[in-house]
Design a protein around this ligand. Structure first.
Ligand code: ZN
Length: 239
């Protein structure tokens, strides 16, 4: 019996002689662990046996790498989200404020005039002035009227007013149009970025899911392996 126990094998990593039951043949080692071993000892290949204690060291190393990768991936994701948030902030600035800042004094005045021209106050005031003018010249002081019926001067004043008002309104409209254009450009940029962001998020999510799934399987396999080994060791009659 002692002769059978004496069969020994040499570990190709630590070069120690151990009982053959404690040494695993290279082909039986899982691929992920095998690459881990090859990473640290490039001379090793899958034909060479490895002792259990060395194998466990490599398993622990593999475990550690898996968990580290996961952590790194998450923090990388957070960084990217933060970056995109920062960029998004600068784009979604208030368009109205930005546009108002670049207006000249003439622009402001014409805007005010157009605003006033399009209000009820202007209409009422206008009607009142015309009415007073007509009453004044038509009835009250008909003898010494400065603009007797049919009010030629009033006509001239009204034509002048119309001639001035038209370009003011046009200017204001042009500006409004420019503002709308700017706003739609900003909208497009924000939408475009959001779309890209969503697409990126989808890709990231898919990637993360498949990665995590793989990693979970890997960890589970590792645990199963260890458990099987433990069970084997327990079932074996102790020396
Ligand atoms: Zn060893």
């Amino acid at each position: 019996m002692s002769k059978r126990r004496a069969a020994t094998c040499q570990c190709s990593i630590c070069h120690q002689t151990r009982p053959c039951s404690d040494v695993a043949p290279g082909e039986s080692i899982r691929e992920a662990i095998a690459t881990e071993i090859q990473k640290q000892t490039p001379a090793w290949n899958s034909d060479q046996p490895v002792c259990t204690s060395c194998l466990n060291q490599f398993r622990a190393e593999h475990f550690r790498h898996l968990l580290e990768e996961e952590k790194g991936e998450l923090s990388d994701l957070e960084m990217r989200v933060l970056d995109s948030l920062r960029e998004q902030d600068s784009i979604a600035a208030n368009v109205n404020e930005k546009f108002d800042q670049q207006l000249s004094l003439g622009d402001r005045i014409s805007d005010q005039l157009a605003n006033f021209g399009g209000s009820w106050a202007f209409l009422i005031l206008f009607a009142a002035v015309v009415l007073i003018w007509m009453l004044f010249n038509g009835i009250l002081i008909a003898q010494e009227a400065f603009d007797p019926y049919p009010f030629i001067l009033l006509n001239l004043v009204l034509s002048c007013l119309a001639a001035i008002q038209a370009p003011v309104i046009l200017m204001s409209q042009n500006r409004q149009e420019a503002k709308d254009r700017l706003r739609s450009e900003y909208d497009f940029q924000v939408n475009f970025r959001a779309e890209l962001e969503i697409r990126l998020l989808h890709t990231k999510l898919d990637q993360l899911l498949s990665h995590q799934w793989q990693r979970l399987l890997e960890i589970q396999q590792l645990q199963l392996e260890l458990m099987e080994e433990l069970a084997e060791r327990r079932d074996k009659p102790s020396s």
